[in-house]
Ligand binder design. Structure first.
Ligand SMILES: *[C@@H]1O[C@H](CO)[C@@H](O)[C@H](O)[C@H]1NC(C)=O
Ligand SMILES: *[C@@H]1O[C@H](CO)[C@@H](O)[C@H](O)[C@H]1NC(C)=O
Ligand SMILES: *[C@@H]1O[C@H](CO)[C@@H](O)[C@H](O)[C@H]1NC(C)=O
Ligand SMILES: *[C@@H]1O[C@H](CO)[C@@H](O)[C@H](O)[C@H]1NC(C)=O
Ligand SMILES: *[C@@H]1O[C@H](CO)[C@@H](O)[C@H](O)[C@H]1NC(C)=O
Length: 276
């Protein structure tokens, strides 16, 4: 009985962080495993080939940490090369115009090796809308990674390819959410006729802040309504979350260029505090 309890303890796993995908700020994750002896470098070494293995003799914990440039929980097969994702508008050869243009997410490793392309929808499917972009709107397509590391958040327009001057048209604005497997959700929309949509941020893929020429707005996945967070400054470029605090960057000449928004993650109207 005691013996089996002891073996049970040996298997106790303490996961220090989750598998992150792509543009994560942290490039290493750790996994602590409880062992009775130092298994680092032995045939029982639990760490990935791209992880460093260390053993604490006091706590009897083996610590696997993915090397710089890799993300994962450190166990064998679970340090993946970190990647960056690019918001691409158009096919790369056709001349870009202000009309509705297809959007692609191109993923590369940090050393420039192509991983994959994810195409955003150009037709409506069920409650998933189209997500296209203007080929000439230079301040759009500003993506973020959800703070839980699971989703890339991006914005666009529910318009047909070729739809004229899409960024000032009356079509609905769309927030897209894409996970590491390329599963796309474009069910979140806003009626912001005439207004440009530029960026979105999220904690968990469900709570969403998005921004553009009509201000900083809060919504939830699948909603077609929003709460207006902007009290004064409305010409917003990027919104992003760092260390559980919501931030914005705004247009040239604005009283706030980079600002924090209230405290933590407001879902009601706030004045922005200028940081620079
Ligand atoms: C695990 O190892 C990494 C580097 O190898 C170190 O930074 C970290 O502090 C260690 N964590 C624990 C809990 O020992
Ligand atoms: C490490 O991550 C992999 C892939 O996500 C998962 O299958 C495995 O269970 C994780 N290991 C632990 C100990 O959590
Ligand atoms: C992605 O695919 C893997 C393997 O098919 C699966 O285990 C995992 O749950 C998927 N992740 C998401 C977020 O759907
Ligand atoms: C969108 O907003 C405009 C202007 O406020 C309004 O006229 C129009 O009916 C709205 N459209 C939808 C689909 O709610
Ligand atoms: C949000 O509120 C600001 C300040 O009242 C206003 O200028 C802006 O038009 C509003 N945005 C939307 C989308 O209603």
């Amino acid at each position: 009985m005691l013996r089996s309890l002891w073996y049970g303890l040996l298997l106790l796993l303490i996961v220090a962080c989750q598998l992150a995908w792509s543009i994560s700020e942290s490039t290493s994750c750790q996994l602590k495993l409880q062992y009775s002896k130092n298994t680092c470098g032995s045939k029982d070494d639990p760490c990935d080939e791209h992880a460093t293995c260390s053993y604490d003799t006091t706590t009897k914990v083996v610590n696997c940490t993915c090397e710089d440039g890799y993300v994962g929980n450190g166990t064998s097969g679970n340090c993946q090369e970190n990647t960056i994702v690019i918001y691409r508008v158009g096919d790369g050869t056709s001349t870009l115009t202000s009309a509705g243009t297809p959007v692609f997410l191109d993923e590369y490793t940090f050393t420039g090796i192509f991983v994959k392309t994810t195409s955003l929808p150009t037709t409506v499917s069920g409650s998933n809308m189209k997500l296209v972009a203007s080929g000439t709107a230079t301040l759009e397509g500003l993506m973020t990674l959800s703070t839980d590391g699971r989703f890339v958040m991006l914005t666009g327009y529910n318009a047909d390819i070729g739809s004229a001057t899409v960024a000032t048209s009356s079509v609905s604005r769309v927030v897209g959410r894409v996970d590491k497997n390329g599963t796309i959700d474009t069910t979140t929309t806003a009626n912001l006729s005439g207004q440009g949509i530029r960026s979105a941020a999220s904690t968990n893929g469900m709570d969403i802040w998005f921004a553009g020429t009509a201000g900083l707005l809060y919504t939830t996945l699948g909603s077609n309504t929003f709460t207006n967070i902007s009290a004064t400054v409305t010409n917003i470029r990027q919104t992003a979350i760092f260390a559980n605090q919501l931030y914005v960057s705004t247009s040239t000449g604005s009283s706030v260029r980079i600002g924090s928004v209230g405290t933590a993650l407001p879902t009601v109207q706030f004045h922005f505090s200028s940081l620079i």
